[in-house]
Design a protein around this ligand. Structure first.
Ligand SMILES: O=C(O)c1cc(C(=O)O)c2c(n1)C(=O)C(=O)c1cc(C(=O)O)[nH]c1-2
Length: 239
């Protein structure tokens, strides 16, 4: 991964944990919440076909998140971290009475009128989305687990995008069955819990200025993945 956020001099002192966290959070200005497609989506300007296209494509991200988390687990030699991290897989795949996030996303597909067989067949997934999501999973497979943990920190910015959908969609898109929005509601507390753990790992692992700079580059890489997914959806569906 090429440095994106400015080369660091290795002789500079490390940022304090507070400054480091503030610098990570400042990358929120590049979150896909600001992507033109998302701006249209959350301001009521998307057609039903565009929304169905977005749901079908984002499904590829949803079903790959547990593979990404399993890759992190497979590289992680720290038992305490594994005990916490395994929950992320269960959140998406479900356990006991909890049907899980993938099933919730399938309910969103029902709500927007996308048939389940079309969703699960992945027939609507466009190449750019496939490449971007696969890049995320492959990154998690090959880097030290702490770097992969850092890449999940885009979740710092996710609660707001979920809240925007929950507050806006019912009036902007009254044709969408509101029961389908459960996924967004469920993710708000889970994202906050994930971030608390992910940030603790990141602040502890990236200690030198050079390492902290690498953490910013990793977060930017993940922001780019989310951004390019929307670029691809926009190109495929926007009128
Ligand atoms: O709807 C969104 O915009 C959005 C973004 C992100 C993100 O920022 O990576 C995640 C999610 N949703 C999400 O639902 C989710 O479960 C999730 C897991 C992760 C991750 O990197 O481990 N990101 C995200």
């Amino acid at each position: 991964m090429a440095a994106r956020t400015g080369a660091a001099q290795s002789n500079e002192p490390p940022w304090t944990p507070e400054q480091f966290e503030a610098n990570l959070r400042s990358l929120g200005r590049r979150y896909h919440i600001h992507h033109p497609f998302n701006v249209r989506l959350n301001s009521g300007q998307c057609t039903p076909d565009e929304i169905r296209g977005w749901v079908a494509n984002r499904f590829y991200y949803q079903i790959n998140i547990p593979l990404k988390d399993a890759a992190i687990l497979s590289n992680c030699d720290d038992r305490e971290t594994r005990r916490l991290w395994v929950q992320r897989i269960l959140d998406h795949d479900g356990y006991d009475e909890d049907a899980g996030g993938i099933e919730s996303w399938a309910c969103l597909a029902d709500a927007v009128g996308l048939p389940r067989d079309a969703l699960w067949s992945l027939e609507h997934v466009v190449p750019g989305v496939r490449f971007a999501v696969d890049a995320y999973v492959n990154f998690a497979r090959r880097v030290p687990w702490q770097e992969a943990v850092c890449s999940s920190l885009t979740e710092m910015f996710a609660p707001q995008i979920h809240k925007d959908r929950l507050s806006g969609w019912p009036s902007l898109y009254p044709w969408i069955d509101q029961n389908g929005l459960h996924y967004f509601r469920s993710r708000i507390p889970l994202a906050s819990r994930d971030v608390e753990h992910g940030l603790a790992v990141t602040l502890d692992y990236f200690r030198t200025r050079e390492a902290q700079q690498r953490a910013l580059d990793i977060l930017q890489f993940k922001l780019d993945i989310l951004w390019s997914m929307l670029d691809s959806v926009e190109k495929a569906y926007a009128q």
